[in-house]
Ligand binder design. Structure first.
Ligand SMILES: C[S@@+](CC[C@H](N)C(=O)[O-])C[C@H]1O[C@@H](n2cnc3c(N)ncnc32)[C@H](O)[C@@H]1O
Length: 240
C-alpha cells in the first residue's frame, strides 16, 4: 500500500539537510536549494535512455541519478558519503528507485570494478578534487561514450580568457569551504579535457558555472605522456 502525503512529508522531514529539490511524490518536492533543475535543462540529456548504463559521480541526494533512471537508464550513483548521511536513502525509498548506490571515493573507481558507461555525469565535483587531471583520467576510463561535466569556473579578466588558468584555493579560502581546491577558467577545463581524451562538443557558461558536453575520444600521444607522468609506463630510451 502506498504512503499518504503526510507520511511522505514526514519521511522528507526526517532528513536534516536536503541539497537537491527532488519530486519524491506528485507535488511533494524535497527542500534542497541547489539549482539542479536549471543544470538539467542545460545538460540536455537524451530523453530516452533505455538500454544505456549511466553513472552519476558525486550524486549527493541523487537528483540526476533518479532523473536518468526515470529516462530508462540502468544507473549507478557514487559518493564518498554514506547514503543515509544525505537525502539519497530517503529519496530512493520514496521513489521506489533501483539505482545502485556505491559508497566510494572517485579516485578508487575503476572500469575493472564497475564496467564502463554510455553516459557519465561529473557534476559539481571537479573543484572539490585536489588532483583534477587524475580525476579526469579516472572518469575517462569509465566513459564509453558521453560525459557531462559541470563545474565552477572563474573569470580572470578579459585579457586572460585565452590562457588556461586555474586558481588554487588554500584552506577554506573559497566560500569558507575546505573541500574546495581549484577554480579553473573555461579554457583550462577544455584543455584538461583534451589532455585526458575528451572532445568538448558544447560548453555552456552561466556566469560562474559551466556545463561541458563531452565525447570520449582516443588521443594516443596525450595518453602516452600521461602514463609516463603518472608512473604507469617508463619513458623509452636507450639507457638501462
Ligand atoms: C557539490 S556536491 C554536487 C552534487 C551533484 N553532483 C550536483 O551537481 O548537484 C559534491 C558531491 O560530491 C561528493 N564528493 C566530493 N568529493 C568526492 C570524492 N573524492 N569521491 C566521491 N564523492 C565525492 C560530495 O560528498 C558531494 O555529495
Amino acid at each position: 500500500m502506498g504512503m499518504t502525503d503526510d507520511e511522505v512529508r514526514a519521511r522528507v522531514a526526517s532528513v536534516p539537510h536536503w541539497y537537491h529539490p527532488i519530486e519524491v511524490s506528485p507535488g511533494i518536492i524535497t527542500p534542497g536549494a541547489n539549482a539542479a533543475r536549471a543544470v538539467l535543462e542545460i545538460l540536455d540529456l537524451p530523453a530516452d535512455c533505455r538500454g544505456m548504463r549511466a553513472l552519476d559521480l558525486g550524486t549527493r541526494d541523487g537528483f540526476f541519478a533518479f532523473e536518468l533512471e526515470r529516462r530508462g537508464a540502468e544507473v549507478t550513483a557514487v559518493d564518498y558519503m554514506a547514503m543515509a548521511d544525505s537525502g539519497f536513502a530517503v529519496a530512493s525509498e520514496l521513489l521506489g528507485s533501483r539505482v545502485t548506490y556505491v559508497r566510494r571515493n572517485l579516485y578508487d573507481l575503476s572500469a575493472a570494478d564497475l564496467g564502463t558507461f554510455d553516459i557519465v555525469l561529473f557534476l559539481g565535483l571537479l573543484y572539490h578534487l585536489p588532483d583534477p587531471l587524475g580525476a579526469l583520467r579516472v572518469v575517462r576510463n569509465l566513459t564509453r561514450q558521453r560525459m557531462y561535466l559541470e563545474t565552477l569556473v572563474l573569470d580572470f579578466g578579459r585579457e586572460l580568457d585565452e590562457l588556461p588558468l586555474m586558481r588554487f584555493f588554500a584552506g577554506s579560502s573559497w566560500a569558507g569551504d575546505p573541500t574546495n581546491y581549484w577554480g579553473p577558467n573555461v579554457r583550462c577545463v577544455e584543455d584538461m579535457l583534451a589532455e585526458t581524451e575528451f572532445a568538448t562538443r558544447r560548453a555552456t557558461s552561466t556566469g560562474d558555472r559551466c556545463v561541458f558536453d563531452c565525447e570520449a575520444i582516443a588521443s594516443p600521444a596525450a595518453a602516452y605522456y600521461m602514463e609516463i607522468a603518472t608512473g604507469q609506463r617508463a619513458p623509452e630510451g636507450t639507457g638501462t
